[in-house]
Design a protein around this ligand. Sequence first.
Ligand code: HEM
Length: 422
Amino acid sequence: MTRIPKHGGLDHSLSLLSDPYRYITKTCDRLETDVFHTRLLLQKVICMRGKEAAKLFYDTSRFSREGVSPSHIAKTLFGQGGVQGLDDEAHLHRKAMFMSIVRHERVDKLAATFRDVFQQRLVQWTKMNSVLLYRQVQEIITIAVCRWAGVPLPDGDVDRRTTQLASLFDYAANIGPKHWYARIARKQTNAWLGELIEQVRRADYQPPKNSAAEIIALHRELDGNQLSTHVAAVELNNVIRPTIAVSAFIVQSAHALHQHPEYRQRIADGEDGLLQCFAQEVRRFYPFFPFAGAKTRESFVCNGYRFPAGQKVLLDLYGTDHDPRIWELPDKFDPDRFKNWQRCPFSLIPQGGGDYATNHRCPGEPIAIELMKVALDLLVNYCQYEVPEQELAIDMRRMPAIPASGFTIMKLNLANGGKASA
Ligand code: HEM
């Protein structure tokens, strides 16, 4: 048996915080390994990267998710009691609820609603001196996802709810005042959504058929009981909050269009499948979630390495998406690499790996891709704009990583007399 290589030293939390997307890969490269021991927040942690590591990590017979999220993440990003922390039958059953919310035709409906709201905003943007894309797209998605999910949102509440919901993912990794803001926002949004769940159950409010609000409010657990109001609110938030986070992928898409203008023409020419390839490459290339965490159930040996029982393990998502053994020239932005891509559940893992229904892979992947495709189509085919001088470097310490400026555009005009392509 071989000992798992160790990143020596007292604690490496600061190294991780100062370079969250590259700490695992850099350390793997230095130690010439795909797996190593380290100490983070004074705890022993195993880090690993690559396709084989992903296969192992998503083996639910070996890994559990119970109690894995650090408390500052559970109290902001995820909420407490949600699907992320469940295992076995309880997880499969709850996950089936999510899969019914994101059925193909429902995703198409969300994409159509998003397109409508976005098109209305484009008209407003023609009258604005400058448009901060990140914030504006967050508002567009908040309106669209609430409408689609059956969550009433009066016009006067859009600004406040967008700020609260966006803080849950934008400030989750922060410490200090931003973190405390996100904790308060988590309570406020859970209270708002919890009240809605109660109204649905009392039949004081009837959400649209098959909407997330209806499915979650009426869902029964394996014991036949409904979810507690708190957990139902967390799960409804688990649909709304990450959909708004797609705004980061959309800003990254706009950034990629700006850096690689040749794709504008190819998209405008309607090249078959290019929107899909472009969206996939943005998800692979740009940093979003650095890693996912789990813990071993029992001790086991894999590839000669002993993993102890109850051991916290981090899988490098960003590093695997940039692994040169999987991706040729991984640091080159190249949507064409997805033209004849043989789909593999463990190689492209910005939103986790494995199987949607039976594992912890993100059920919102089709939502992210479809919203990105709509946004790309509208930004290329429906309008013209200028990108003024600004800080466009991707801030690799920010999670999710977007340009420090939030991506400002100016002088927006509608193209083709304001007619978007279908
Ligand atoms: C903004 C783009 C998104 C990114 C980068 C993202 C990323 C992720 C990641 C990394 C995981 C964890 C995988 C793991 O634990 O192994 C996850 C899980 C999850 N995501 Fe997403 N996600 C996104 C969008 C969405 C959307 C639109 C939804 C809406 C349905 C969603 C709902 C969830 C849920 C419910 C889980 C937990 C699944 C489980 O534990 O079984 N996500 N996501």
